[in-house]
Design a protein around this ligand. Structure first.
Ligand code: SAM
Length: 285
């Protein structure tokens, strides 16, 4: 039997993960990134950008459920949602499940990611791109949040890591722009890396966000293919109560929203704000 091709992630020097490539589905150098989508016997279809795993069919639900239902159920009455990045469409899919949301804007820098994921990762967007509430803007997210006159109740930064085009989405300029276009009582969340391996990124985001928001913290979930332990999600609002809901309140909202999830539940929502001591120590240093 021929030796299967192996694909090695390049995010961390000297410590990483590999995937067998059972079939290369698509590869393209877009205007911004090197995109590959391949089949893997354990994870289904895998999409990577510039050598870094972005999403896999098998475990994407954990990340997308936690990045949408935590802020949306914490907010309780979000009508307008902004997704930065998110080109694979799964974040949009999860936001669309909230029937009370009236308007969703997605600002994605790379039109190729949207085009190729719609075609080769159809289970991610699952038709969400056809939702009448959806508006796509092809633009650098930092430019959009600093120029738009629109306001939002929840902003979800579903970006790559702070290398290449994603770098601008971890800057004070971006965070200030997000604060500027959030409504009163709004919530900002962002993927902020695996804190065991990317602790500095969490510390830097916390420091920068604290200039613009009065309540900055993280919540977490373990996503197997975001290698190295729990992923931290940045959380920033000007209303501390928004991250202090009890399970009963969230259960009521979860039930009213009619959501069926495979990872998210109200108990895990509350528990996800508990952080490891090494991270708390680093944030308070
Ligand atoms: N779940 C992944 C993670 O946690 O790393 C992110 C997935 S999603 C595919 C990341 C998206 O961010 C990509 O589609 C990429 O093109 C987009 N992106 C990167 N930099 C951006 C920027 N400055 N403005 C808008 N979108 C950006």
């Amino acid at each position: 039997m021929s030796q299967k091709e192996m694909w090695y992630e390049t995010l961390h020097a000297g410590f990483g993960q590999y995937f067998t490539v059972d079939k290369e589905v698509y590869r393209e150098k877009t205007a911004h990134q090197d995109l590959i989508i391949f089949e893997n016997q354990v994870l289904g279809r895998v999409m990577a950008l510039d050598g870094v795993v972005q999403t896999t069919e098998r475990d994407e639900f954990i990340y997308h459920e936690m990045m949408t239902h935590v802020p949306l159920l914490a907010h309780g009455q979000a009508k307008r949602v902004l997704i930065i990045g998110g080109g694979d469409g799964a974040m949009l899919r999860e936001v669309c499940r909230h029937r009370n949301v009236e308007h969703i804007t997605m600002v994605e820098i790379d039109a190729g990611v949207v085009t190729f994921c719609r075609q080769y990762l159809p289970n991610h967007s699952a038709g969400a791109y056809e939702d009448p509430r959806f508006h796509l803007v092809i633009e650098d997210g930092v430019n959009f949040v600093n120029q738009t006159s629109e306001k939002f109740d929840v902003i979800i930064s579903d970006c790559t890591d702070p290398i290449g085009p994603g770098e601008s989405l971890f800057t004070s300029d971006f965070y200030q722009g997000c604060q500027r276009c959030l409504n009163e009582g709004g919530i900002f969340v962002a993927q902020n890396g695996v804190c065991f391996l990317q602790q500095d990124e969490a510390v830097n985001s916390h420091k920068k966000l604290s200039h613009y928001f009065s309540d900055v913290s993280f919540y977490q979930a373990a996503i197997p293919t975001y290698y190295g332990g729990i992923m931290t999600f940045a959380w920033a609002t000007n209303s501390p109560v928004l991250r202090q809901h009890d399970v009963a309140t969230l259960q009521q909202r979860f039930h009213a929203a009619g959501l069926q999830c495979h990872y998210y539940n109200p108990a895990i929502h509350v528990a996800s704000f508990a952080l490891p001591q090494y991270l708390l120590n680093a944030l308070s240093a």
